[in-house]
Every structure is written in structure tokens, then in C-alpha cells.
Design a protein around this ligand. Structure first.
Ligand code: MOS
Length: 735
């Protein structure tokens, strides 16, 4: 039995408020936590599959051209080498999240340095790695590769759907008493999930089982089926535990296709694990951006014009581009607007979704520009933002669903004691340290995704939740357990949540921050159906029913589930589809960041001393896991502000810093104790559980609070991220 629901109107029932069991919203520990800390959670590389061979990818050492020969025969049969797979389908690029089709790819064509060319399979990993290193690949090199997105002769195109020209921005700029007209740059990023990508493929007849580490299993089996030219029904994919994704596992990547092809050809299971440099070079990168921001406001600080024109990059023919202006469209008003994206076609690793594609870098820069405008207009930065929160969407003229942006600004200012901040840039000094304060706004679009889950109330009175939804460290196991527990009146230890297996109903996957609200909604819907069945059995009305600690009934007469069920079980599938509420209301999450930094006047080193984030994201399903998501986002924000940067070789586009020693993400010593405050909110248009996405909100603008604080400390504006010490040194007072 399926409970289907299309989100065409607001759900104002707020059923999860005041549930007897009291699980939803509470900071419940993750049920999967003990397995993880005791090493018992099985990650992709840890499956024990009998007779498994090992494959290592051999990859291009040119940036553009054609493969003319792969010298396999000298290797095969020696030193454990079983096969060298050179199937054209290996050349498939990492797929983009949500896309079911293989991206275009010419046969044997090389488009970037590090692109997979062949898979060497051997009895052991070491044998395969050695053979992959000595495998001779011959090329016909093309000289016209492009590596610099900003070079005059680099080809570019403008995606039609992402150009907006409203009113007359040039005139607004000319007429305004205060303006900002600046160009900012952000560097490329790697997702840098802790668990490197891995796939273990085994075939039984025409049925493929793939143990891997992916975010969106329902989409991923379609991608894999498409790449292998088989039907998705013949694929079972398992990812019960995923050691972080951050976008890099939204789509399948080369190891999945390679393992599947090799296992089929050889007739034995094959494991393909990527090394850290391979993760950097063959999965995907966040595009670097060049962002031209123009802001115009009157004496009152109210925006009259807003321009945000961006250059990003990707491989030729790739559809995805970093949607830099995604939040710029709706966060602030201003009648005259020019927003656009241009895509440079370059020969670097495929561009894709990395940690809040769009807002992470777009809000970061817009919030720097707002800081500059606040200073130009002589208005407090918090107040400037408050004055520019529009009543209706400034382009589409639709209302907003829940939006606690102003409350987040006010609450943040109060908690941070913003009124006591340093007010004159470069004037607060403690010994060698220049101290400064900065803030920024946060916004991220909210999405509901189609999803299904099955919930079964077993005859013994316990419940099982099943969906192919994943938990990528986000807390899915916890929140689905909490929702089912509350809806069915069961303590958490009576609910078993099973995830990450495509034999279960198709979940929404973990991406774009939609996982918790979408998967949570279908568990909710399935449970509503089960409650109705229980009410039928009891001959009462579902609305009158009390469900508590494994018993149900009306008044004081509760009967235990085993008694009510009498050996039967009740199972239901919840199914949700997005509907009109997503079209008719601008749905997003909002917040604010406040940071205190100290910049060493002698060395230029920046230390973040305090950081606060205040967020409104609809109903919070688990206070602890939601807070942790925000900690993570803000820590990435510190990295984006200060250290994180992909460096490409100008000569061939290869990634120079392709490991975690040289690609600097923040570590414990870089991060102060961060404070996160979650605002009470219900979004009735977002989902039947009034929750919105929170996963990526914490990064969307976070870096700007840090760089705005650096300006406040030093009076130096760094508009070229990250704000490393070399960009500060020359202008610091002691030099
Ligand atoms: Mo995300 S970058 O949609 O995993």
C-alpha cells in the first residue's frame, strides 16, 4: 500500500509538534555511531568478496588529444596481471548529480590530464598499481588545449537560462550616491571527502552487484546502466555507509564503470579503489570563479541596482556549470539587475557540484560586496542587509515561504555583541595582532525531491524503515529513526533504519540539502498510513489515537502492538513528489555569520578566534546532527577564506596539489569553538514535516564573515581568495 502525496499546498497540520515519544528535534545520538567508532561499519573498500581481483586506473599524461595505442600485451600474464581493460566506456567522465545520461565523450578522446584511459587488473593491488605505472600509452597530442579560463583565446559560452537583464543597471550605477563595482575571484576546490572512492563489482549471470560509496543510489544505478548499456533493474548497488561525499559522489565516477566492465570481462569480482591523487584528478572539481559585482544604493542604503556577472569553467560539452548567482536572484532587492554566467571551456578535470554549488562561492563574494557597500554608505553592515530584504521575489514577483533572515541577523548581532565590535578598520591592536570583526548573510535554495520509503511495523511490535537513501555523515539514520519512532509511538531502539541498498524503495539521495526533508517526509507518510491501519484494527479514528512506547489506543486503554497485530505485520510505502508549492513560493534557508579574527601584523597569518552562525531551516529534525552540519559548513567557510585552493599547472592543466598535504583544508588548530544557533521555524510549504534542507547552509557565505573581519582588522581588502598571508604582507603596518 502506497501513501502518495504531491506537495501542491501548504501542510499546516504540524503533526510532529508535541509527539508523545518526543524524538523529533531532540539531539539524539546517531544509532550508527557505535558501529562507526568501533570500526564495524562497512565502507566500500571493506566488503569481503571472495575471489576478488584488484584494478588500478592508468590515466592520461596529456591534456588534449587521442589515444593511439595502449601496450597491454607485454604486461598480461606476468606478475599477476590478468587483464588491461581499454573499453571506450571507461573514458566516460564523472557524471553530474541527478543526470541519468552518460555525458558526451568521443572515443579514445583525451580532454584533461589524469583522465582514465585503461584499467589494469591483477591478483593484488600492488601488482595492479605497478603494472598501471609502467603501462605504455601512446597519444596523438593536440596543441590547442585551453587551461586559463580568463585567456582571450579560451572559448566560452553563455547558458541561456542563466542570463538576467532587468531594468537599467548602468543608469542605476550612474545615478546612485553609493556604489560598489569590483571583481572578485575564488579558486577551484575539491570535495575532499575523507573516504576515497571505491567500487567492488561482481556479476551473477546478467545481474551486477556493486558495493560502492555514492550519494544518490537511485540515480547512480541509472547512470551505471547507461554506461554499461544494460537495464537498471539488473543492478543492485549498496552504499550503507559513506565516508563523506560533498558532491563528489553525487554521480558515479570512473571506478564504478571500470570495476563493472572488468568484472564482467574477466568473470571474477573486481575492486577498484582510487588513491587520493586520483580522487583529486578524476572525480570533480568546483570551478574557480571570476565575479564582477556591482551594487548601487540610495542614501537610505536601499539597493537600486544589483549586478553579479560570473565566469566559471568546465570541460567542453559538459552541461553543468557552477550556478554562482543562485541566491543572488532572491536574497536582496534592487529593481535594476544584471546577473549572468559565462562558461570557459578548458582542459582541466571535470567541473561539478562541490559543497553547496553556487551559493558557497556566490554568497561569499556578494557578502563581501555588501560589506564594501556598507562602508561606502556609512551604514552598519547588519542594518544594510536588514534594509534590503525584499517583500516579494525581486525578479519573479512571488512570495517567500518561511524566511527568518532578519531574525538571524538580529539574533547573531545580539549574541556576538556586534555593537562592541571594532568599528574603525585597522585600529584594534593587541601586541603583534590586529583584531577585527566581520559578518555576512547566508542563503541556500530549498528543494524537495521525489522519494519513496517503506516502513513496516512487525508483529513483535518493532519497526523497520527501508529506503535506498544514504547517510553520508549527515545523520540520516538518526532522523529517520526519530520520525518513525514518533509517528509509531516507539522508542528509538525499537526502530531499525536500513539504508543504502537499491533493493529498497528509491529514496531522494543525499545532495543539494534535500535529503532529510524528502526522505523524512516519506517515512512520515508511510507511518501515517500505518497509523490508519492500526486505528482500523482498533475500531477508532486515527486522529484520536495515542501511540506510546509500543502501544496504541484511545483514552487510558492502550494495547500493545503484538496484541493488536496478532501475528500480522503492517507495511506501507510513502511516496512524495514536489508540486506547486515549489513554483509558487520562493523557498530557501537563511542565516547569518559573525567572526572575530586576529591577523599577525608581522607575518600576515590570520587566526579565526570566534565564529557564530545563526540559521533558520524549517523544522530541525535532530538538533545535534543539524548543528554538526552547520559546524562543518562553517569550517569549510574558514578553509575557503584562508587556505583552500586547487593549483593548476599552466602548461598542461594538471592539479599540482592533489593530496591533503598540499591542498589545505582546515584542521583542529585552525578552528575555534564555533557556536551554532538554530532558530525555531516551520515551513508549511516545504514539506509535510515542515523541514527544509540544512546540510549546505552553513557554508553559503561563511567565508565572507572571515574576510570581512580581515578587512576590519587590517584595512586590507583581499578580493582574490583565499586570503593567504602573501596577499596581506605588503600592506600590513609593520612593513
Ligand atoms: Mo551536494 S555538493 O549537492 O553533495
Amino acid at each position: 500500500m502506497t501513501a502518495h502525496h504531491k506537495m501542491d499546498e501548504a501542510d499546516t497540520r504540524n503533526r510532529l509538534d508535541d509527539m508523545v515519544q518526543g524524538l523529533v528535534g531532540s539531539p539524539m545520538d546517531r544509532p550508527d555511531g557505535p558501529l562507526k567508532v568501533s570500526g564495524q561499519a562497512t565502507y566500500a573498500h571493506e566488503w569481503d568478496v571472495p575471489d576478488m581481483l584488484f584494478g588500478v586506473l592508468a590515466r592520461a599524461t596529456i591534456s588534449k588529444g587521442r589515444v593511439t595505442d595502449v601496450a597491454s600485451s607485454p604486461l598480461i600474464g606476468k606478475d599477476g596481471v590478468r587483464a588491461v581493460i581499454t573499453d571506450d566506456r571507461l573514458l566516460r567522465r564523472p557524471a553530474q548529480g541527478g543526470a541519468d545520461e552518460a555525458p558526451p565523450q568521443g572515443s579514445k578522446q583525451v580532454d584533461y590530464f589524469g583522465q582514465p584511459i585503461a584499467l589494469v587488473v591483477a591478483d593484488t593491488f600492488e601488482q595492479a598499481r605497478h603494472a598501471a605505472n609502467i603501462l605504455k600509452i601512446s597519444y596523438e597530442t593536440m596543441a590547442n588545449a585551453a587551461f586559463d579560463p580568463e585567456a582571450d583565446d579560451t572559448p566560452t559560452d553563455k547558458p541561456e537560462d542563466d542570463q538576467l537583464d532587468q531594468g537599467d543597471l548602468a543608469k542605476a550605477m550612474a545615478d546612485a550616491p553609493f556604489t560598489v563595482d569590483q571583481v572578485y575571484r575564488t579558486p577551484g576546490h575539491n570535495s575532499a571527502a575523507m573516504e576515497p572512492h571505491c567500487a567492488i563489482a561482481s556479476w551473477k549471470g546478467d545481474k551486477l552487484t556493486l558495493h560502492g560509496s555514492y550519494q544518490m543510489l537511485n540515480f547512480n544505478i541509472n547512470e551505471l546502466a547507461d554506461a554499461l548499456h544494460i537495464v537498471p533493474e539488473n543492478i543492485r548497488m549498496l552504499s550503507p555507509f559513506v565516508g563523506g561525499g560533498f558532491g563528489s559522489k553525487l554521480g558515479i565516477s570512473p571506478e564504478a564503470v571500470a570495476a563493472a566492465l572488468a568484472a564482467r570481462e574477466i568473470g571474477q569480482p573486481v575492486c577498484v579503489a582510487l588513491s587520493r591523487p586520483q580522487v583529486f584528478e578524476t572525480t570533480m572539481r568546483r570551478s574557480e570563479t571570476r565575479q564582477h559585482v556591482r551594487l548601487a544604493c540610495g542614501e537610505d542604503g536601499v539597493l537600486t541596482g544589483l549586478g553579479h556577472e560570473c565566469l566559471v569553467s568546465n570541460l567542453p560539452e559538459e552541461e553543468f556549470y557552477e550556478p554562482v548567482t543562485q541566491a543572488t536572484h532572491f536574497i536582496y532587492g534592487g529593481k535594476n539587475r544584471k546577473l549572468g554566467i559565462e562558461v570557459a571551456r578548458i582542459n582541466r578535470t571535470c567541473g561539478g557540484s562541490v559543497r553547496a554549488p553556487g551559493e558557497a562561492v556566490g554568497m561569499q563574494v556578494l557578502e563581501n560586496a555588501m560589506d564594501e557597500l556598507a562602508e561606502a554608505a556609512g551604514i552598519d553592515p547588519v542594518e544594510l542587509r536588514r534594509r534590503n530584504v525584499p517583500d516579494r521575489h525581486p525578479e519573479q514577483d512571488i512570495p517567500y515561504s518561511s524566511r527568518r533572515f532578519i531574525e538571524a541577523l538580529d539574533e547573531g548581532a545580539k549574541l556576538f555583541e556586534w555593537d562592541k565590535r571594532n568599528k574603525k578598520p585597522g585600529s584594534l591592536r593587541e601586541g603583534d595582532w590586529l583584531v577585527g570583526h566581520g559578518m555576512a548573510g547566508a542563503a541556500r535554495v530549498n528543494i524537495l525531491s521525489e522519494a519513496k520509503a517503506r516502513v513496516t511495523l512487525l508483529a513483535d511490535g518493532s519497526a523497520v524503515v527501508e529506503t535506498d537513501m544514504t547517510d553520508i555523515g549527515t545523520g540520516t539514520y538518526a532522523i529517520l529513526t526519530q520520525i518513525a519512532g514518533d509517528m509509531l509511538g516507539l522508542p528509538a531502539n525499537k526502530v531499525q533504519t536500513k539504508l543504502g541498498d537499491t533493493d529498497f524503495p528509491a529514496g531522494p539521495g543525499s545532495g543539494g540539502s534535500w535529503g532529510a526533508s524528502s526522505a523524512g517526509s516519506v517515512v512520515f507518510l508511510a507511518c501515517e498510513e500505518i497509523r490508519k491501519k492500526l486505528a482500523d484494527k482498533l475500531g477508532s479514528d486515527e486522529a484520536e489515537l495515542t501511540l506510546e512506547n509500543g502501544a496504541a489506543g484511545t483514552g487510558d486503554a492502550l494495547r500493545s502492538y503484538p496484541d493488536i497485530l496478532d501475528g500480522q505485520e503492517i507495511s506501507a510505502i510513502g511516496h512524495i513528489e514536489p508540486g506547486q508549492t515549489l513554483e509558487e513560493m520562493q523557498q530557501a534557508t537563511y542565516g547569518s555569520y559573525f567572526a572575530e579574527v586576529a591577523v599577525n601584523a608581522v607575518t600576515g597569518e590570520t587566526r579565526v578566534r570566534r565564529m557564530l552562525g545563526v540559521f533558520g531551516a524549517g523544522r530541525i529534525l535532530n538538533e545535534k546532527t543539524a548543528t554538526s552540519q552547520c559546524y562543518g559548513g562553517m569550517i569549510w567557510g574558514i578553509g575557503s577564506a584562508l587556505t583552500e585552493e586547487l593549483v593548476f599547472d599552466d602548461r598542461d592543466g594538471h592539479i599540482v596539489n592533489h593530496d591533503l598535504a598540499e591542498y589545505h583544508i582546515p584542521v583542529n588548530l585552525d578552528v575555534p569553538q564555533i557556536q551554532v544557533v538554530l532558530l525555531e521555524e516551520r515551513d508549511e510549504w516545504a514539506s509535510p514535516i515542515q523541514a527544509k534542507g540544512i546540510g549546505e547552509l552553513g557554508i553559503c557565505g561563511a567565508a565572507a564573515a572571515v574576510t570581512n573581519a580581515i578587512y576590519n582588522a587590517t584595512a586590507i581588502r583581499v578580493r582574490d581568495y583565499p586570503a593567504t598571508l602573501d596577499k596581506l604582507l605588503a600592506d600590513l603596518p609593520s612593513h
